[in-house]
Design a protein around this ligand. Structure first.
Ligand code: NAP
Length: 251
């Protein structure tokens, strides 16, 4: 199949692109670095020619609620409009477990993202994942200032971005599995985000002091429900492997 990956160079997007090619599919990357701007729609029509399915794994530069809502809703509308004109069959959207439990900030933007995607005109499916193993390094990078980083003090059940990518590809390639919500995807075990962050700092030798703060999400609000699909590797296995190295540049 010819599958377009919005955000196909990002943390999860590059895994989707690589795994698509490994599985014998043709991947079309929709990113600014590949000449496509999802916000303006520039070059999107040409890029979607002959595409069967779009996987939307794009993410904004600014995660503030207003900017992120604008990014996700506008991008989604462009993907649907250009996709419908090009004969794309369906759109698969990556979202986040638990966003309805704390619908403010970036989570509010993701709820709007889901609504815009499901509004069509193309058939759409939402696959929600928990925070990636990679997110632990991302959150340190986003919050680091003057040698310190404040980390949300919460339980997470992180999953490898590559595992999420494989689930996205399986879902995208199987029209029989299509419905509004795919099974949520999560990692194997729950942990304290601050503990995981300490492990990342040690592994990368980062010169940053961590402290926790009380997040807006309710206790357990980021954890998967009992029906979620759980997949390895464990965080510690991922952190010891080559995959984690990509995140070292974030600080
Ligand atoms: N991170 C997590 O733990 C996590 C967990 C669950 C779900 N998610 C969801 O997964 C998705 C991807 O997250 P991520 O952390 O992998 O993202 P990321 O690493 O920040 O990557 C963002 C991607 O979006 C592209 N992009 C940004 N602005 C663009 C624009 N105007 N036009 C075209 N492409 C643009 C970037 O490429 P260019 O810069 O080249 O344009 C890049 O490929 C998001 O929807 C997020 O909500 C993330």
């Amino acid at each position: 199949m010819r599958i377009a990956v919005a955000g196909g160079t990002g943390v999860v997007g590059h895994c989707v692109t690589e795994e698509l090619e490994a599985a014998g599919h043709e991947a079309v990357v929709l990113t600014r670095s590949a000449g496509v701007d999802l916000l303006t729609g520039a070059s999107l029509a040409a890029a979607l020619e002959g595409v069967d399915v779009i996987i939307d794994a794009a993410s904004p530069d600014d995660h503030g609620e207003a900017a992120a809502t604008r990014f996700h809703v506008t991008s989604t509308r462009h993907l649907h409009a250009a996709g419908a004109a090009a004969g794309v069959k369906r759109v698969l959207v990556l979202s986040i477990v638990g966003i309805e439990r704390a619908p403010t900030g970036y989570y509010a933007a993701k709820l709007e993202h889901e609504r815009a995607a499901l509004a069509g005109p193309l058939p759409a499916m939402v696959l929600r994942a928990t925070q990636f193993h990679e997110y632990v390094a991302q959150v340190i990078g986003w919050n680091a200032k003057d040698g310190r980083a404040r980390i949300p003090n919460c339980r997470v059940q992180t999953v490898a971005a590559r595992t999420v990518a494989q689930r996205l590809i399986d879902a995208a390639a199987d029209p029989a599995a299509w419905r509004e919500r795919a099974l949520d995807v999560a990692g194997p075990v729950a942990a304290d985000l601050l503990d995981l962050a300490e492990q990342v700092v040690k592994r990368f030798g980062w010169d940053v002091e961590l402290s926790g703060f009380c997040p807006g999400t309710p206790p357990g609000g980021r954890l998967p429900g009992p029906d979620a699909w759980l997949g390895g590797p464990l965080f510690e296995q991922w952190l010891a492997g080559a995959e984690a190295e990509r995140m070292k540049v974030l600080l």
